[in-house]
Write a protein that binds this ligand. Structure first.
Ligand code: FAD
Ligand code: N01
Length: 555
């Protein structure tokens, strides 16, 4: 535990009637919220399950964890001083440095004393008479506040498949999304890892360098692009910092919140030779820029096939054993429709003598035993097993809490058939409760630093608007929400994304409704839609005055 983490929970110092806003979560969203709400003079209480700030970067400490949006872009833009003074040591920073950055922000803006750590929010009930939220925590704290903001993250509830016999295993187990704080040393050990998503793809090359032997259990192969990570050069840093505001503005208006130098040409509009050259340049450039090689890779199957074929051939070239290579090649879903991965030496790692790939697609892991696991009748023995099995994404963390809106309606009931939101910011029936990067917003399809800051700004500006107008409640109208849900769905179905069994579709959680959760209309377009709604007097929202007089955009 770092000295910046609190060793025990500090009880909320504010008495209930002193709180204007309760914020749940102290990741990058919660920290920026607190900073902005304070500036507005709003008395704010933040609750955080962890013992420190940083969210994702607090929990995901597995070997190899790093961002795949360049650090010059995966960082806050709200403070010119902050973005000028902070120095990243690599193009794509590793988890300890990103966590250090979150700690720095918490200290620099003096945020910690309004955050109660080691405290999970378990329930939040809307009190209609008092028009406030009554919030309860794992420590029995009860706080009531006019506004509630869920800054709880999209990837913050780990998913552990219910393997038979798991409790009987006597070796060490780890989940990438809840990695211990002390260093884990795999030297000399026989290690098994389950999963080949983004987390595993980062962890496997690093664990392979330590372990005596690493066995990788793969159900679905993934497309991955080399990151070409390297040290930050003074020239590169200077290029960004000398005109940071313009770059940030361009990112805000872009498709994914990242400057990818998009090529606005169809993959089918150029010759085969030119297409290969374009892919080759993007592959050599590294990272997710690859998916911006042409403008229709996400929408046109034929175009997508050309990119997928290029990456498959790269994998076949890298991996020595043709049988292993063929197992590692993704074949049954379009490239990019499961989150594209970015790696350092991932495919190369399968050329090592101490790494074995086991395909569990047709013969799933049957059970975990005292000493290892069994698949297809084969027994494997391990000193440690790493589960890189992902998250109950986008809705899992929200639905874990007992959230009750008007008339005792639970969020679980409202979202029984899938999440329903207006703009991914609010849900009808839950007045004054906001979500940062909620389902129905670009969120996980974007540079999250851009999207979460946009949401925080939107929420805080709304609170300011309410206050200045003598209003005290905001809630989406049912029709506006229905239209938005339909729009989110319609836009998704113009793309190839719904074809993959991805966590975007809820497909990794048994029983979870299958629908595409994030909004794929683009970060810039989405921002314009949000701004327009505000400009039209919060079109689609019901605003209420303290005396319960309703004000809608039509007035
Ligand atoms: P989080 O960081 O998830 O923070 C939410 C916080 O809420 C957590 O600290 C959690 O403990 C707390 N919380 C949740 N429920 C409760 C509760 N009931 N009570 C109290 N506290 C609660 N995005 C990118 O754009 N680029 C990247 O390169 C990138 N890399 C990633 C790598 C990994 C390994 C993962 C898992 C995600 C990555 N992401 C990336 C997505 C990442 O989650 C976001 O970029 C960003 O960190 C989200 O910040 P947040 O504050 O919204 O949520
Ligand atoms: O999780 P995942 P993740 N038996 O769900 C497998 C972000 N992120 O933690 O595909 C066998 O992608 C599962 O198999 P399948 C990013 O948004 C970013 O890796 O369901 N295998 C899959 O291979 C990312 O998308 C970075 O068939 C089982 C794996 O476990 C998101 O977080 C880094 C299984 C889970 O992959 C989640 O990534 C890390 C079973 N029973 C994370 N159950 C960056 O670099 C599951 N699996 C930015």
């Amino acid at each position: 535990m770092s000295n910046q983490e609190s060793s025990s929970s500090q009880r909320a110092k504010l008495s209930p009637d002193e709180v204007d806003v309760v914020v749940v979560g102290a990741g990058f969203s919660g920290l920026y919220l607190l900073h902005r709400l304070r500036a507005l003079g709003m008395r704010t209480q933040v609750f955080e399950t962890a013992s420190g700030v940083g969210g994702t970067w607090y929990w995901n400490r597995y070997p190899g964890a790093r961002c795949d949006v360049e650090s010059m872009q995966y960082s806050y833009s709200f403070s010119e001083e902050l973005q000028q003074e902070w120095q990243w040591s690599e193009k794509f920073s590793a988890q300890p440095e990103i966590l250090g950055y979150a700690d720095h922000v918490a200290d620099r803006f003096d945020l910690r004393h309004d955050i109660q750590f080691n405290t999970e929010v378990t329930a939040a009930h809307f009190n209609e008479a008092g028009r406030c939220w009554n919030v309860e925590t794992s420590h029995g704290d009860r706080v009531s506040a006019k506004f509630l903001v869920m800054a709880t993250g999209c990837l913050s509830s780990t998913r552990m498949p219910d393997f038979k016999g798991l409790e009987s295993y006597t070796g060490k187990t780890y989940h990438t999304g809840m990695w211990p704080h002390e260093e884990v040393d795999f030297s000399g050990q026989r290690v098994g890892i389950v999963g080949t998503g983004s987390s595993a793809i980062q962890a496997i090359p690093v664990i392979a360098e330590q372990a005596a032997h690493l066995t990788v259990f793969q159900r679905t192969p993934n497309y991955s692009i080399p990151s070409r990570n390297g040290p930050m050069t003074p020239e590169y840093e200077h290029d960004w910092k000398s005109d940071y505001e313009s770059f940030r503005a361009a990112a805000r208006g872009s498709k994914n919140g990242v400057l990818t130098n998009p090529n606005e040409v169809s993959a089918l509009a150029v010759s085969e030779e030119e297409r290969q050259q374009v892919y080759e340049r993007r592959w050599e450039g590294g990272g997710t820029y690859f998916m911006a090689a042409f403008n229709d890779l996400a929408t046109n199957q034929q175009s997508n096939d050309t990119a997928a074929a290029f990456v498959r051939d790269k994998i076949r070239n890298i991996v020595d054993d043709p049988e292993v290579a063929e197992l590692l090649v993704a074949k049954d879903y379009p490239i990019g429709t499961k989150r594209i991965c970015v790696d350092t030496n991932y495919f190369e790692t399968f050329n090592r003598d101490n790494v074995t790939l086991v395909d569990v697609r047709d013969a799933p892991i049957e059970e975990i035993t005292e000493t290892g696991l069994v698949t297809d009748g084969r027994r494997f023995e391990f000193d440690a097993i790493v589960f890189a099995t992902g998250f109950d994404a986008m809705t899992g963390t929200l639905l874990k809490m007992d959230i009750q809106g008007r008339g005792g309606l639970t969020l679980g009931k409202k979202w029984e058939a899938g999440p329903r939101t207006y703009l991914g910011l609010m849900s009808e029936g839950f007045p004054n409760m906001f979500m940062i990067t909620g389902p129905g917003s670009p969120s996980v399809l974007s540079n999250m630093m851009v999207s979460l800051q946009q949401h925080v700004d939107w929420v805080v500006d709304s609170l300011e608007y309410l206050r200045s107008g003598g209003l005290d409640a905001i809630e989406p109208l049912r029709e506006a929400e229905d239209e938005w849900v339909e729009h989110v769905n319609a836009v998704a179905h113009q793309t190839l994304f719904p074809q993959a069994n991805s966590w975007y579709m809820g497909a990794n959680i048994p029983g979870k409704p299958r629908l595409f959760m994030p909004y794929i209309g683009g970060v810039g377009t989405y921002r314009e839609e949000c701004d327009e709604i505000v400009a039209k007097g919060y079109k689609g929202f019901r605003l209420q005055k303290s005396a319960h007089r309703e004000v809608t955009a039509a007035e």
